[in-house]
Design a protein around this ligand. Structure first.
Ligand SMILES: [Zn+2]
Length: 415
């Protein structure tokens, strides 16, 4: 049995309780004990002792809107979305490692650029042979038959219209091993003017998706800006909806009613990144910047209202685009504080405890608690005071996943 004792740390346990001084004992892959400073820690002679020198020990983060196969990352800029297949596979695996390097020990996929990439990747990660977060894998994103311009990748196969085609699609994703199936319930104005208000599926088709998802035991994930898209997602049992930008009063009331069963990721990262982007002169972003300004303004009103009503809003911001690269994911937490009415502690709870609720693992992940799996970050500084410190990976002194160090602390690093 291997054992690690973190001493002299301030513990943010993921529950929302203020950080407290204490120590945490990890045995094999689980947290064996959490003790408050002054209490006697359980004796564990063989434990490797990590002195945190007052650093914060907290649960690993969950990304609720991950696109590991979207190619750009903080390590590599890829203009556009298309890569040759071999490069795409390697890039996706590399992005998984990059998320873990940045403190994300879990990720819920918002869709992939290949049918089975994430299912294979998950198998490699779970076997312990490749670094990456615990992954809820998806398959290819689904849009209805079109010219393929609705998602920039336009890389969508085997689709048809009508409820039967939808059922077959959901079933085939489940058979491949996907755990979440992504639908573009409405379009995306950032890519095609006016598309955010266009419904891409009929009510019968979305109902068929819901029925088949329950039969096949997979979750549904929806890209939804238009009010009717939000309502269709809610009423057909979608687990998580992204954006919800134009949710009207009826949609807000429905979200409130179903707040125990579902989640919303406003996906604010991509919006801020669009506003911040400084494209080269030949690349006209004026239209998508204008759209982003509208989305931000609406989210600044919508998100605090949903939060007040107890709807769980999760960080996860469509990272992987050239101007919003994988690896920058923790920026969402700062944006939650800056724009969406969250305190740093509330943003951290959303990214930890609520993240584990999204992935169905809250009985053993998302908190620093005895018996829970040891997915832990040792952070230089106090993220409950300044959540932005999580964006600098040099502040992550140690990253532990399943009781093993992905990044081991160097001696005295926390000083
Ligand atoms: Zn997305």
């Amino acid at each position: 049995m291997s054992a690690v004792l973190f001493t002299n740390v301030r513990i943010f346990d993921g529950s929302g309780r203020a950080p407290f001084a204490g120590q945490v004992l990890v045995k094999d892959n689980r947290i064996a004990a959490v003790s408050v400073a002054g209490e006697r820690a359980p004796p564990e002679d063989s434990a490797t002792v990590i002195d945190g020198y007052g650093a914060t020990l907290m649960p690993g983060l969950t990304e609720a809107h991950a696109h590991l196969s979207w190619p750009s990352s903080v390590e590599r800029f890829v203009p556009g979305m298309a890569l040759p297949p071999e490069d795409l596979l390697l890039t996706t695996a590399r992005n998984a490692r990059i998320l873990l390097d940045h403190g994300f020990t879990s990720a819920y996929s918002g869709g992939a650029l290949g049918k089975t990439i994430e299912v294979s990747l998950k198998a490699h990660i779970d076997s312990g042979s490749m670094p990456g977060p615990r992954l809820i894998p998806s398959s290819i994103e689904r849009e209805p038959p079109t010219d393929g311009t609705l998602v920039t990748a336009g890389n969508i196969a085997d689709h048809g219209s009508g409820p039967d085609a939808i059922r077959a699609f959901v079933k085939s994703c489940a058979e491949i091993g996907a755990k979440s199936v992504k639908f573009l319930l409405s379009g995306e104005s950032a890519l095609k003017p006016g598309a955010s208000m266009q419904l891409l599926y009929t009510a019968e088709e979305v109902r068929a998706a819901g029925e088949q998802a329950r039969a096949s035991n997979v979750w549904l994930t929806g890209h939804a800006h238009a009010p009717e898209a939000v309502k269709l997602g809610i009423c057909n049992g979608f687990r998580i909806l992204y954006h919800c930008t134009y949710a009207d009063q009826e949609a807000i009331d429905l979200l409130t009613e179903r707040r125990g069963e579902m989640f919303v990721a406003p996906s604010i990262g991509i919006v801020q990144a669009t506003l911040d982007a400084k494209p080269p002169p030949h690349f006209d972003m004026s239209h998508i910047k204008a759209d982003a300004a509208i989305v931000l303004e609406r989210q600044q009103r919508l998100a605090p209202e949903l939060k007040k009503r107890g709807v769980r809003l999760l960080p996860g911001g469509d990272y992987g685009f050239p101007f919003n690269p994988n690896g920058r994911n923790a920026r969402d937490l700062e944006l939650f504080v800056q724009h969406l009415g969250f305190t740093p502690t509330e943003a951290l709870v959303a990214a930890t405890q609520w993240g584990s609720e999204l992935t169905g693992t809250s009985h053993e992940l998302g908190q620093v608690k005895a018996g829970y799996l040891a997915d832990l970050l040792l952070v230089k500084g106090d993220p409950t005071v300044n959540v932005a410190i999580l964006q600098d990976k040099s502040n992550l002194l140690a990253i532990m996943k399943d009781g093993k160090f992905h990044k081991a602390p160097t001696a005295n690093a926390a000083r």
